[in-house]
Design a protein around this ligand. Structure first.
Ligand code: PSV
Ligand code: MN
Length: 448
């Protein structure tokens, strides 16, 4: 098992990886299988494989090698609350071994990173993860091979917020909510994190309940005061959601509202796309493309939904949608850490084991990204230029239909990881260990 940071340097040349290992794998190009296999079965024979000998063409080999090099740099942040108990408003089914403290959540996040190799940060939610000394918590994380990431503010679980937080008609409640946001910036300072993520449960349930326009003014004021408190290297990330818990109107319902507020605030304000926060059928990849072009895409909260904000494992409900999103990210040059997009999970594992569910989610994002990287962009762009609708669509679908699991298994082996992280976690004994150790105390969960 690898430890965080235990990765080998990038392979010398793109062709090296592609020809040496990936050549045995099953890839589809232009509707034809290129080579069948598991991708690992040929490890013994790989020294005998000639450069370029396994791919359909050298271009395929290069695409594969480039994909592997990019995938190695991918980073996904896991949420502290994804390790705690959660449920619906009907029932929370508690699980054994669930963390009782932010420290134990970090232990679980570090464990996920040990098996995935690409999840070196964990987001916190305040006050769920409130501690006396955030500097100590940050050090605890680093000692375990991870770092603290985005700080999520929480102005949705206090009795005072019945009519809203920063948009509440009562100035005293607004003050309290803004003070919490400012406290979260203090936490950024203490942890060394860069990003403050804001989601407001604010809205109304009935027409006429409050002035929609006045609430926009109050929202803008609160955002401005928070923005003004940010350091040069810090960002305000504004998330939107079109419903829940408010049912008539929400104060930040959509990307356009978030974008308009961020634009008014300035460069350090960007939009968060939570993939579960749209009406059914919304074209999320359009939003990605638009915000990227405008330099206003700051982060993702990844999860899957069938009906509402289901918070299921990302990629489980609609892998094709995830592929289309990642394709826009790849085409927008926004995948690498330098692009400054925080790729986070925001999920609740209500009935499934939490740690393997997080690992599976990370793998799903990796698979969608790998497929996006396998799109033959020159064929696609040529088809687009000549207006060949069918060929363009086929070029994109070829990417989606590529079986990238062997590529990723090979990549993990190259990174010193187990090719099958979920199985490796299962064998590791960690689940049994936390079940035995985490007895007594209050399991973390909603409100904890
Ligand atoms: C709201 O539904 C949300 O997506 C926000 O990101 C919250 O911080 C998070 O869920 C809480 O799970
Ligand atoms: Mn979210």
């Amino acid at each position: 098992m690898a430890t965080p940071g235990h990765t080998r340097p990038l392979l010398a040349t793109p062709g090296h990886l592609a020809c040496r290992r990936i050549g045995h794998s099953l890839y589809w190009r232009h509707g034809q299988p290129v080579r069948a296999g598991t991708g690992l079965e040929g490890v013994e024979k790989r020294e005998h494989v000639p450069q370029g000998g396994w791919g359909d063409t050298m271009a395929d080999t290069e695409t594969t090698a480039r994909a592997a090099a990019v995938l190695r740099t991918q980073r996904i942040e896991t949420p502290s609350w994804g390790y705690g108990n959660s449920g619906t408003r009907f029932k929370v089914f508690p699980q054994e071994g669930v963390p009782r403290t932010p420290y134990e959540k970090i232990d679980d996040a570090a464990t996920v990173h040990r098996f995935t190799g690409i999840t070196p940060t964990v987001s916190l939610h305040i006050p769920w993860d409130a501690v006396e000394d955030y500097g100590l918590l940050a050090k605890y994380a680093v000692d375990r091979g991870v770092a603290l990431g985005v700080i999520n503010a929480n102005t949705f679980q206090d009795d005072d917020y019945r009519l809203g937080s920063v948009t509440n008609p009562a100035p005293g409640v607004r003050r309290k909510a803004i003070d919490h946001l400012l406290e979260c910036v203090d936490i950024l300072d203490a942890t060394g994190s860069h990003d403050l993520k804001l989601w407001f449960a604010d809205g109304t349930n009935y027409p006429g309940q409050d002035s929609i326009r006045a609430r926009q003014d109050r929202l803008a004021e609160a955002l401005q005061e928070t923005y003004d408190r940010l350091g040069d290297h810090q960002r305000l990330l504004l998330e939107y959601k079109f419903f829940e818990p408010a049912f008539y109107h929400t104060d930040v319902p959509d990307w356009g509202t978030s974008y308009a507020h961020c634009l008014q605030l300035g460069d350090k304000a960007q939009v968060v796309i939570d993939t579960g926060h749209h009406a059914p059928g919304t074209n999320i990849e359009f939003i990605v493309a638009f915000l990227l072009r405008a330099g206003k895409l700051g982060a993702f909260d990844f999860n899957s939904r069938f009906y509402a904000d289901d918070d299921l494992m990302v990629g489980s409900a609609d892998p094709f949608q995830l592929f289309r999103i990642m394709y826009e990210i790849v085409q927008g040059g926004a995948l690498g850490p330098d692009a400054g997009i925080a790729f986070m999970l925001d999920q609740c594992h209500n009935i499934e084991a939490k740690i393997p569910a997080v690992i599976r989610s990370v793998m799903n994002v990796q698979e969608a990204t790998a497929k996006a990287l396998m799109v033959d962009v020159s064929a696609l762009s040529a088809a687009q230029q000549r207006g060949d609708v069918l060929a363009a669509n086929a070029a994109l679908m070829d990417g989606f239909n590529t079986d990238v699991r062997p590529l990723l298994a090979d990549l993990r082996a190259d990174m010193g990881l187990d090719p099958d992280p979920v199985a490796a976690y299962g064998r590791s004994g960690y689940a049994e260990k936390i079940r035995a150790e985490r007895v007594g105390g209050d399991a973390a969960g909603w409100g904890a």
